[in-house]
Design a protein around this ligand. Structure first.
Ligand SMILES: [Ca+2]
Length: 97
């Protein structure tokens, strides 16, 4: 169930030519492998307001939410690193397990 939902989200927000989600938790982005963990739930959105779509990814372990800033462009996205999103109490998380 989680994999199906993840694949739908990815297909809706990203071009299949740019990013491809695999069942092993690996995003292929312009030929680069991005390990986002199993049962990840990616969403592309301009999170930091710079006009380029970033990745927000809910990870299975501990329900933490990763923010991958796009340091490329919208047509050639590049995601080099991620940060965990925080709220006032610590790591922002969603139910997991
Ligand atoms: Ca952005």
């Amino acid at each position: 169930m989680k994999i199906s939902i993840t694949m739908v989200l990815c297909a809706v927000v990203l071009s299949a030519e740019l990013v491809e989600f695999t069942s092993a938790g690996v995003l292929l982005c312009n030929g680069a492998r991005l390990d986002v963990g199993t049962y990840a739930a990616p969403l592309a959105v301009d999170w930091n307001g710079d006009g380029k779509k970033d990745l927000i990814i809910g990870q299975f372990a501990y329900g933490r939410i990763r923010f991958y800033p796009n340091v490329g462009t919208n047509s050639t996205p590049v995601f080099n690193e991620y940060y965990f999103l925080l709220d006032g109490l610590g790591n922002l998380s969603v139910p997991w397990g």
